[in-house]
Design a protein around this ligand. Structure first.
Ligand SMILES: Cc1cc2nc3c(=O)[nH]c(=O)nc-3n(C[C@H](O)[C@H](O)[C@H](O)COP(=O)(O)OP(=O)(O)OC[C@H]3O[C@@H](n4cnc5c(N)ncnc54)[C@H](O)[C@@H]3O)c2cc1C
Length: 499
């Protein structure tokens, strides 16, 4: 039986391990941290259960398909709730709108901000539907040759939707007010791109959120990781924590296993790395074995942004709040330019606000709430001293939370934790402390142009997760697990009985 080592127990690493085991391979997962999950990790303290990273899922079909491929039904194992509205969007002047999935309710909301905007909304959604179809043509497939990009139908959709334009500019054709332009363009931030630079194609994410819905699993996102670990135990996948890999062993151009920091050698026929791809090449593969990925190439890649996160446990509940919200500071461009261009601390940060206890009281002690605040920040290529910056950002965020949630919020905080770009780097080896994923999803780092899930120079080395295609976000890393499994099965399967 062929043996596979998966480096990293992020969602993509775990999904690949389960799929490969199901296909008959012997699989061992080696995770650096004390608990699996990676960016989809967990903090459990003082009676609070916090998802420190992802809080919500879109494209639920990717989760359904992952389980179906294992002969399981995720909906029988976990309890999903659809959010509606998806988000409440707060503006600097205290006004807000709810982004409902229900298109009629959404139309009334946009009319409140901009009379006549419901017509723009209809056109925006129709264009989003075509962009979504266009995106899906490129997402669910392995790439070997540049000719794999050739697709006449996709070419037509590209031209019809002008997906090659800048996102923010194009949103301005559908909505006139600055407020709606913000509300319908921010999604590219989750791919590590400023809406001022991202391709208009990425409004497909806004479309997917609104048309396909946003889902929350009871118990939080980590309940998915916990369930995957149960399945791993049932299938016989070995998951070792506190097992950081120091080097991928390569002999005569092919992998032979991995060395742990402890000095232990774990032999393997194949290695699948779920650790950040640029980190894997730079730190785990000797330069002599990676002529296609020298440090000079890794240096030139476009890295995505990071984030500052504040988690608060408070001894109060807030019935006026929605589960998910966004706050936009007045000068959106200045905020985004600070993150992506000047790489300085934003003067007035915009942020994502999450109160999961609105939907799920099990995450906090009775009568308490959990408040999660995520402010996108420059990554660690910026000369920011986070020891000094963290208290400044915390203060800015609390000042806004006083306006949005509770003027007396500080009096009710009973538990608090924060997470900075340095933590992303130290905890999970995130390159430059990037948050959502390491490589920004610009055109030249997408589809065929994103690093492939198979190393060109080293036989038996593969990749899974956000660093390879299709890219960033939980549904995408689940798809990457599907794609790398298909590739490995095609290349290495020799009548192995399925588990
Ligand atoms: C704050 C935040 C909010 C987000 N919100 C959402 C959201 O709402 N919805 C959504 O879909 N996505 C969201 N994302 C993105 C999503 O979480 C990630 O894209 C996805 O989880 C990445 O998964 P991955 O499989 O690529 O692995 P990662 O989670 O990156 O895990 C990689 C693993 O490799 C391990 N590792 C690294 N080096 C080594 C080594 N040398 N040896 C052993 N192990 C190693 C790490 O410890 C880690 O466990 C969010 C991310 C963040 C940070």
């Amino acid at each position: 039986m062929k043996s596979i080592v998966v480096i990293g127990a992020g969602m993509g690493g775990l999904a690949a391990a389960l799929r490969l085991r199901h296909q008959g391979f012997q699989v061992t997962v080696l995770e650096k941290q004390a608990r699996p999950g990676g960016r989809s990790g967990i903090i459990e303290e003082a009676g609070f259960r916090v998802d420190p990273g992802p809080t919500i899922l879109v494209m639920k079909s990717a989760f359904d398909e992952t389980y179906q491929s294992l002969g399981l039904d995720i909906n029988r194992r976990l309890d999903f709730v659809q959010l509606d509205p998806n988000y409440r969007v707060y503006f600097h002047d205290g006004t807000f709108i709810d982004l409902f999935s229900d298109i009629h309710r959404l139309a009334s909301e946009v009319e409140k901000i901009e009379p006549g905007a419901s017509f723009g909304l209809q056109r925006f959604m129709a264009s989003g539907e075509r962009k979504y179809a266009l995106g899906m043509d490129f997402v669910d497939r392995n790439y070997d040759h540049i000719t794999d990009l050739m697709n006449p139908v996709a070419g037509l959709r590209l031209a019809q939707t002008r997906s090659y334009e800048r996102l923010y500019n194009q949103v301005g054709r559908f909505f006139k007010t600055d407020k709606l332009q913000k509300a319908f363009s921010f999604h590219s931030m989750f791919l590590g791109l400023s809406p001022f630079d991202a391709l208009a194609m990425y409004s497909l994410i806004t479309y997917a959120d609104l048309a396909l819905g946003m889902w929350y699993p009871k118990g939080g996102i980590y309940s998915i990781i916990e369930d995957m670990l149960d399945i791993a135990a049932d299938l016989g996948v070995e998951v070792r924590t506190n097992a950081p890999v120091r080097q991928i062993a390569i002999e005569n151009g092919r992998v032979t296993g991995v060395y742990l920091e402890s000095g232990e050698f774990v032999p393997a026929d194949l290695v699948v790395s779920n650790a950040d791809l640029p980190y894997t090449y730079r730190c785990l593969v000797d330069p002599a074995h990676r002529k296609h990925y020298p440090n000079t190439r890794l240096d030139k890649m476009q890295y995505s942004c990071s984030g500052y996160l504040l988690y608060l446990g408070v001894d109060k509940t807030y019935s006026h709040m929605r589960h998910q919200a966004l706050y936009f500071s007045e000068d959106y461009r200045a905020n985004l330019d600070a993150i992506f261009k000047t790489k300085t601390l934003p003067e007035a940060p915009s942020f994502h606000l999450n109160l999961p206890t609105v939907t799920d009281s099990s995450l906090a002690p009775k009568g308490h709430s959990l408040i999660y605040i995520l402010a996108p920040m420059p990554n660690l290529t910026a000369p920011i001293n986070w020891q000094q910056a963290a208290p400044i950002v915390r203060e800015q965020l609390l000042t806004e939370i006083e306006k949005i949630v509770d003027p007396n919020i500080r009096r009710h905080i009973v538990w608090e934790r924060q997470y900075t770009p340095e933590d992303f780097q130290n905890d999970i080896n995130a390159v430059h402390g990037t948050a959502f994923g390491s490589l920004a999803q610009g055109f030249f780092q997408s589809a065929y142009f994103r690093p492939h899930n198979k190393a060109r120079d080293i036989e038996g080395l593969y990749f899974v997760g956000q660093g390879t295609y299709p890219g960033i976000g939980m549904p995408m890393v689940l798809l990457s697990a599907k794609l790398v499994t298909e590739r490995i099965v095609k290349e290495w399967h020799s009548n192995i009985p399925k588990v």
